[in-house]
Design a protein around this ligand. Structure first.
Ligand SMILES: Nc1ncnc2c1ncn2[C@@H]1O[C@H](COP(=O)(O)OP(=O)(O)OP(=O)(O)O)[C@@H](O)[C@H]1O
Ligand SMILES: [Mg+2]
Length: 359
């Protein structure tokens, strides 16, 4: 087991700078999840930690060792990919033991580790099958097993579940978390999936165009996004963002909420509610015309437009009482409002303290 330290790591492909100076301390045993839009550099970062990609600048340390020039096989880490990368002509047993045999691990030790991993992953009954005789979920388990038997200092996962259907993803997500807790192995995990990111991560790292945008626990990023980028990236559906200038005509803020200058107001769909009964006052109020209703099981998402045409989405539990075309007054309290400056940076000063403490 080991901590992983990235210090001002850079990567250029020719003249294109894919990673523009990333520094990150990953603690021993920590589960860190990298999220960010396609092409932002998540896989590149992971591959640089693994040693599959050279680095253009900076330092990578695994444990106490600087590994910039250390071969992948010597870095003591195991990587799990989306496409499993199992050897098709080998049985599950051979797939699991191949890496260990290559490292001249004694046969008894290979058997011990294989038995333990197969039991943990519940793949004991498939040991003599070839990968093509397994389902996607079973193959993914074998790929995990191959990483586990190496007993590495760290696991690196690059969207390992994205080929699986939603139900299986959910199951595997829980298993990965359980496994990582039991093994206590430092893990770096790349995903596009909000649920995976929020539930797996001890800490979440939001990557944007080759740079780290924000690092924090999932709930920190959810409750206090540092930028509009993070605000729209974490949470589904995304936080509503209303520019002060263009939207001012169609919504209003209470007097004690007084952001300065040109700002963007953010409010999450779950923090907005229909104003009911009439006469109750919210710090933020707006009237929307409903133009879409999605019933998603336990809750409904209502989409609407402000008078100036800006889109807004809010959620209510259960079935919506409204219909398409209804004009609905919605509101939110000051403590649910996020205020960003003209550069998209979070601003705290716009909301008076009395409002935030709810007095
Ligand atoms: N071998 C390469 N040669 C040139 N450019 C590359 C190479 N590999 C990656 N890139 C570029 O580096 C950037 C980061 O790519 P990377 O694969 O790390 O993105 P990603 O965040 O993993 O995206 P995705 O979510 O789509 O997997 C992209 O702009 C990509 O085009
Ligand atoms: Mg990728």
């Amino acid at each position: 087991m080991a901590e992983i330290t990235l210090n001002n790591v850079r990567k250029s492909y020719g003249t294109v700078e894919a990673i523009k100076g990333v520094s990150l301390d990953i603690k021993d045993g920590e589960f860190v999840v990298l999220v960010g839009p396609s092409g932002c550099g998540k896989s590149t970062l992971l591959r640089m930690i693994a040693g599959l990609e050279g680095i253009t600048g900076g330092d990578i340390q695994i444990g106490s060792r600087r590994v910039n020039d250390v071969e992948p096989a010597e870095r003591d880490i195991a990587m799990v990919f989306q496409n499993y990368a199992l050897y098709p002509h080998m049985t599950v047993r051979q797939n699991l033991s191949y890496g260990l045999k290559n490292r001249n691990t004694p046969a008894a030790e290979i058997d011990r580790r294989m038995a333990s991993a197969a039991k943990t992953l519940e793949i004991e009954q498939y040991l003599d099958r070839k990968p093509r005789q397994l389902s996607g979920g079973q193959r993914q388990r074998v790929a995990m097993g191959r990483a586990i038997v190496r007993e590495p200092a760290a696991f690196l996962f690059d969207e390992p579940l994205s080929n699986l259907d939603a139900k299986l993803r959910g199951q595997m997500r829980i298993e990965i978390k359980r496994l990582q807790r039991a093994l206590g192995t430092t893990s770096v995990y790349v995903t596009h999936d909000q649920m995976e990111a929020m539930t797996l991560a001890d800490r979440l790292v939001v990557v944007n165009a080759g740079r780290i945008e924000q690092v924090g626990t999932p709930i920190e990023l959810y409750e206090k996004p540092a930028t509009t980028f993070v605000a729209t990236f974490i949470g589904s559906p995304s936080m509503n963002l209303l520019p002060s200038m263009s939207a001012a005509a169609s919504w209003s803020l209470a007097a004690h909420v007084s952001p300065q200058g040109n700002f963007t107001l953010g409010v999450r769909p779950e923090d907005l509610a229909p104003v009911f009964p009439e006469g109750k006052h919210f710090d933020f109020e707006a009237t929307v015309q409903i133009d879409g209703i999605e019933l998603v099981g336990a809750e409904s998402l209502l989409h609407g437009k402000l008078a100036n045409g800006a889109d807004l989405v809010f959620r209510v539990s259960g079935r919506a009482r409204n219909e398409i075309g209804d004009m609905v007054k919605i509101g939110a309290n000051a403590d649910a409002l996020h205020i960003f400056d003209a550069n998209g940076q979070r601003q705290q000063s716009g909301i008076a303290d009395s409002a935030k403490t709810g007095s």
